[in-house]
Structures are given as structure tokens and as C-alpha cells.
Design a binder for this molecule. Structure first.
Ligand SMILES: Cc1cc2nc3c(=O)[nH]c(=O)nc-3n(C[C@H](O)[C@H](O)[C@H](O)COP(=O)(O)O)c2cc1C
Length: 138
């Protein structure tokens, strides 16, 4: 069975749409941070992503024993995995799973896939890496 875990932040909800295009059970990492202007969102979350700061989020309830495959879908922030997904992966240690990493971005994602290296245990197998640029492929 496959679990698709995503965070989505912009009003376009691209990562949510991408997550829902996979077959499996879909779970959201929900922000518990207050809403901000677009400028503040870029500035504050850009900073928090770059400097690995904490963000408040609601952890979805997942019985991982039911899932051998996990799809992680996240917007690219500051070229990397966004702060909500990285905070989540620091709290929830995935082990012995087949993992597909999916990114949603506007075109700049050079460090995106590598930024998962320190967040995922080597017991996992990365089976695919997929990037969506401005929602292409959808
Ligand atoms: C704080 C912040 C940083 C971002 N940094 C990048 C970036 O480095 N490269 C990029 O292509 N897009 C960047 N974006 C744009 C988003 O990755 C892109 O719009 C994504 O598709 C949004 O997904 P969502 O609708 O699921 O939130 C950034 C957006 C925010 C809010």
C-alpha cells in the first residue's frame, strides 16, 4: 500500500493537486502557523527553510505498518525541501520504505533532492525523483 504525504502552501495548491494524482492514501502536513502576506511568506519561510528553523504543523495520523511505499510531495523553497516537510521528517523517522520524492516548483530546484539526504535513513530505498515545474505534467 502507498501513502502520499504532502505539504502545500500557495493558493494554487499545486502540491496538493500533485499528491491527489497518485493512487493511494493521501495525508496532509497541515500548517499551524498564522497566515502571512506573500512577501512575509517568501521572506520568513525562505529563512526558516535555509536555516532549518522550526515551524508549527499538525502531524497526520498514519499507521506506517500498513504502507511499504511512501510518496513525499513538497513545494521547493529556497531550492530545497520546504520547512514543513523537513520538520515533519525530523519528527517521523521513516525506515525500510520505498520512497518517491516529488517536488513542486517554479523552475529552481538544484538542491531539492539532495536536501532529503540528511532527513531520510539509508534503510529506505529512493525509487523515483520527480519534479513538477509550475504544475506541468498535471
Ligand atoms: C518561501 C518560498 C520559497 C520558494 N522558493 C522557490 C525556489 O527556490 N525555487 C522555485 O522554483 N520556486 C520557489 N518557490 C515557489 C514554489 O515552490 C512553487 O510555487 C510551488 O509550486 C508551490 O507549491 P504549492 O502550491 O503546493 O504551495 C518558493 C515559494 C515560497 C513561498
Amino acid at each position: 500500500m502507498k501513502a502520499i504525504i504532502y505539504h502545500s502552501q500557495s493558493k494554487n495548491h499545486r502540491s496538493k493537486t500533485i499528491a491527489e494524482s497518485f493512487e493511494g492514501d493521501v495525508f496532509e502536513i497541515r500548517s499551524l502557523e498564522k497566515n502571512m502576506s506573500k512577501f512575509c511568506t517568501m521572506f520568513i519561510y525562505g529563512y526558516k527553510t535555509l536555516f532549518s528553523r522550526k515551524v508549527k504543523f499538525k502531524k497526520p495520523e498514519i499507521d506506517f505498518s500498513l504502507f511499504d511505499e511512501i510518496v513525499l510531495v513538497s513545494p521547493v523553497w529556497a531550492g530545497r525541501v520546504n520547512a514543513f516537510m523537513s520538520n515533519y521528517l525530523k519528527e517521523v523517522k521513516l525506515e525500510n520504505k520505498k520512497i518517491t520524492i516529488v517536488g513542486s516548483c517554479d523552475g529552481g530546484y538544484t538542491k531539492y533532492f539532495d536536501s532529503y539526504n540528511s532527513l531520510l535513513s539509508p534503510t529506505n530505498e529512493i525509487v523515483e525523483k520527480i519534479i513538477y515545474i509550475k504544475g506541468d505534467r498535471l
